[in-house]
Design a protein around this ligand. Structure first.
Ligand code: WT7
Length: 641
């Protein structure tokens, strides 16, 4: 299981071991020279003269890349391909039902984007304005993103699985003028009431002036006079051309909300030049992409993986990207492999949680389809256990396709630690080594750097172009969150081990964030939702190992005096959280807790709750600092699951 897999020779242009080492050293020794050259992966309408202008120190804290250069993202993703690839597919759309497909060429996507941009303008959207997108996985969603970039508007995509309340919070934080949604979404044969959710969210969002509604299912949805308009009707009324606005490299590109250790999600802000360089280069290098290949990243555009590797990375390179509006279990567990076979997918990028769920259903669902088109497999989102890695490699890829385990974060913009398929020896379960320009460091709890083989907290000691630039509306929170735990370094929030070969093994979050099916969830967010329930006095949420999801959500709940715990109430509370945040936040286990283990100063000792949730009740450690050690016995006795 711990065998090392040596890379097969690549094709002309693949990065081999020597080239990786050369680039890594070049980026470390001369970042300006290295990135000046690499930034040529995209087109600049005005060349930059300064390259790297960054410091993680409080006194002169700044993160700026290519700052005096200008470019436009949609021009890079569309216009520059028209002469050579106008009739090539930009997007192959695969609907919720197998075979429900649609191909959009670069020329068509260019026109759709231009029209979309003109519709935005007609509704008063200007450079710097925010636009919230709450959409299914359809080509119009990519066009909406690109249309924003074309006119310099900042998009904020909210995953279609989030509740009206979560949507309203994300709208009110960035104050968009306009929201784009659809009548309904389709997922696994079920309908998602996107427009109804927007209607209910907007009851508490006074700033939104217009709602563009895409027809996806044709369902009859109420339209608010003077606010809501049908997208197809608007698109038909405007011009098919729209100039691309030259943007400064450091102009905001998009906001994407992600969970942290407080109850309020952070609006991660990425900017134009550095982000596009990073996703264009990592797409090309990590997936070793070649002209004509079909790339399929199964992520939703509501997550950063969808931004960077469904839309921007592939389109910046002129690739053909698959947009999947379904789920891997519908109509059955063979869906991914049936689709790979039918569409002739060359590169597949998915999450370990999906692989674990499919692996349980048996190899038959895989082997009944032809996977000969596959050349490379990738994973992202959470640590991959060696069993799932081995299954991906052996059963899905027939031991032919390298598996790249890519570590990164919403904050990093794109992949930072990953194998390169023709340069790196693969070890199942390790994201392997940092890409050129990435300088990881492991530190102990006091921030002391650890050398050689060691386990510690994963930091990055210097900036890379794709790094987030701020938390929307709260620059101080950005600095406090990432740069004060270990001053002078960016702290990722992840624990990590480095082996004797210098390989990195991410062990998971060390903060109050849990990773559920590859989605990041703040324990404080779930707690806030629980205490909103009239019967709940207090709640503490921790993660526990879950066979399919990676981590599950375990909630300890203290009820108000006079309330009685019951199975029915547990079910009601699960539904409550689901409705407050969204299905991904639904607790897997809920335990009534007469009291929570607190220190004398009132701090909840999560370490103890984690052990109880994990079922490791024999190893609770020191409980002598608790105000009332007896509560622990009660919790151990009442453990569920
Ligand atoms: C967190 C970031 C990266 C886009 C999707 C998730 C975990 C991500 C890996 C990996 C081990 C991983 C980390 C990270 N993570 N990729 N290959 N191996 N852990 O983005 O929601 O911002 O979550 O996901 O814990 O900090 P995100």
């Amino acid at each position: 299981m711990t065998e090392t897999i040596h890379p097969a020779a690549g094709r002309a242009g693949s990065i081999d071991r020597a080239e990786y080492e050369r680039q890594y050293e070049a980026a470390r020794n001369d970042p300006d020279g290295y990135w000046r050259e690499q930034a040529g992966v995209i087109d600049w309408s005005r060349p930059f003269t300064v390259v790297k202008d960054t410091s993680f120190d409080q006194a002169d804290f700044r993160i700026r890349w290519f700052a005096d250069g200008q470019l436009n993202v949609s021009a890079n993703c569309l216009d520059r391909h028209l002469a050579t690839r106008g009739d090539q597919a930009a997007i192959v759309w695969e609907g919720d039902e197998p075979g429900e497909t649609r191909t959009v060429t670069y020329r068509e996507l260019h026109e759709l984007t231009c029209r979309f941009a003109n519709v935005l303008k007609a509704h008063g959207v200007a450079k710097g304005d925010r636009v919230t997108l709450y959409l299914p996985m359809v080509p119009e969603a990519a066009a909406a993103m690109l249309a924003c970039t074309r006119i310099g508007a900042i998009h904020s995509i909210v995953f279609g699985g989030f509740s009206p309340d979560s949507l309203a919070n994300r709208i009110n934080d960035c104050d968009p003028r306009l929201v784009v949604t659809a009548d309904e979404g389709c997922r696994g044969g079920k309908r998602i009431p996107l427009k109804a959710n927007v209607d209910s969210a907007l009851e508490s969002c006074p700033g939104v002036e217009s709602v563009l509604v895409l027809r996806r299912t044709g369902a009859a949805v109420p339209m608010v006079e003077g606010r809501d308009v049908w997208l197809d009707e608007e698109l038909a009324m405007v011009d098919g051309d729209c100039p691309a606005e030259p943007m400064d490299a450091e102009d905001p590109l998009f906001i994407l909300y992600t969970s942290g250790s407080t109850g309020k999600p952070k609006g991660v802000l990425h900017t134009t030049g550095g982000y596009l360089v990073w996703v264009a280069k990592t797409f090309r290098d990590v997936f070793d992409w070649r002209e004509g290949e079909l790339f399929w990243c199964t992520a939703d555009i509501g997550w950063v993986t969808g931004h960077s590797y469904v839309v921007y990375g592939p389109l910046a390179n002129g690739a053909t990207t698959v947009m999947f509006d379904g789920v891997p279990s519908h109509p059955d567990h063979g869906r991914l492999w049936e689709t790979v076979d039918r569409l002739r997918v060359n590169i597949l990028y998915t999450a370990p949680t999906a692989l674990r769920a499919l692996m349980r259903e048996g190899d038959g669902y895989v082997t009944k389809y032809d996977r000969g088109s596959l050349r490379l497999l990738g994973t992202v989102g959470e640590p991959i256990n060696p069993e799932a890695w081995d299954w991906y490699w052996r059963v899905v890829g027939d031991r032919r396709c390298p598996v790249v385990d890519t570590w990164w974060q919403t904050e990093t913009g794109g992949i930072l630690i990953s194998a390169l398929p023709h340069a790196t020896d693969l070890k199942p379960g390790s994201a392997t080594r940092p890409l050129p320009g990435v300088l990881p460091q492991l530190v102990d709890g006091e921030g002391v750097p650890l050398d050689g083989a060691a386990a510690g907290n994963l930091c990055l000691t210097d900036s890379w172009p794709g790094q987030m630039r701020t938390v929307w509306g709260d620059h101080d929170r950005f600095f406090q969150t990432y740069f004060t735990t270990y001053p002078g370094k960016y702290f990722t929030g992840d624990g990590c081990r480095r082996d004797t070969d210098g390989y990195y093994w991410i062990t998971g979050r060390v903060d109050d964030v849990i990773n559920v099916s590859g989605h990041r969830m703040g324990t404080a967010e779930v707690e806030s939702a629980l205490v909103l329930h009239p019967k709940v006095a207090e709640a503490a949420v921790v993660g526990f190992p879950h066979e399919v999801k990676g981590q599950g959500i375990y909630a300890f709940v203290t009820l108000n005096a006079g309330e009685e715990w019951s199975e029915a109430l547990a079910t009601e509370l699960k539904q409550w959280v689901r409705r407050e945040i969204g299905p991904i936040a639904t607790p897997d286990a809920l335990q009534g807790a007469p009291g929570l283990p607190k220190t004398r100063s009132g701090k909840i000792m999560r370490r103890i709750l984690r052990k109880i949730a994990e079922g490791e009740v024999g190893a609770l450690g020191d409980t002598s600092t608790l105000a009332d050690p007896a509560v622990v016995d009660a919790l151990v006795a009442g453990r569920v699951g």
